[in-house]
Design a protein around this ligand. Structure first.
Ligand code: SAH
Length: 217
């Protein structure tokens, strides 16, 4: 068993070097978080040997855990220093949530599927992250009771930026979200300055599953 742990550690180092650092992610805190968090425990036993490879992997409910580099790119764009309040939309496996919990002060994470949220919370509890609050619901509405957020990250694509997320972004905060449809998407970084002015920047093309808005009645 010890051998297994050591070989995962080796695969993890290799992932950080050849996929994340090699493509330009430089933030030392981000790189350290990827070295520390065991990605393989967030996927099913049959997927574990593939957990450190350069692509997304299937999880339950026909969802996916994003490609490691994309998780790193989105995380770095939030420019976290350690005491921020972050909103994470699409908990999924909980891997991205764990990375954010390592780098920010508190993470509020929303998932539409109860089963995914529950298994993610069990996993993060086991890893010792007590700075995460979970909600089962529709992330397009944000989490108004806890707003504003210094960082908001969405792991599913929306055709338009949900207005609630822009509203719930603190001055000086950043929102990272894939925008577009299944035909094509762009990974956007929306910044709000201290006066509330909005600036948007693109990190390039991407491919995410859709952010499914819950229609009330
Ligand atoms: N961050 C996740 C990626 C999960 S994939 C990880 O690291 O594993 C995207 C997730 O967004 C899926 O679990 C999907 O169920 C969830 N999702 C889609 N639309 C949503 C919505 N409106 N509100 C909350 N979660 C949503």
């Amino acid at each position: 068993m010890a051998m297994m742990g050591e070989s995962y550690e080796w695969l993890r180092k290799n992932m950080v070097e050849s996929q994340i650092k090699a493509r330009g992610v430089r933030d030392k805190r981000v790189l350290d978080a990827f070295l520390k968090i065991p990605r393989h425990i967030f996927v099913g036993p049959d997927q574990r040997p593939l957990a450190y490879e350069d692509h997304p992997l299937p999880i339950e409910h026909d969802q996916t855990i994003s490609q490691p580099y994309i998780v790193a790119l989105m995380t770095e764009a939030l420019e976290l220093k350690g005491d921020e309040k972050v909103l994470d939309i699409g908990t999924g496996s909980g891997y991205q949530t764990a990375i954010l919990a390592e780098l920010a002060g508190h993470v509020y994470t929303i998932e539409r599927f109860e089963k995914l949220s529950r298994s993610a919370s069990i996993m993060l509890d086991e890893l010792g992250y007590d700075n995460v609050t979970y909600r089962i619901g529709d992330g397009t509405k944000g989490w108004p009771e806890e707003a504003p957020f210094d960082g908001i990250l969405a792991a599913a694509a929306s055709e338009k930026i949900p207005p609630a997320l822009l509203e719930q972004l603190a001055p000086g905060g950043k929102l990272v979200i894939p925008v577009g449809d299944m035909g094509g998407q762009e990974l956007l970084v929306i910044s709000k300055d201290s006066r509330g002015n909005i600036n948007r920047e693109s990190l390039g093309g991407c491919r995410f599953l859709p952010l499914v808005e819950q229609k009330d009645n």
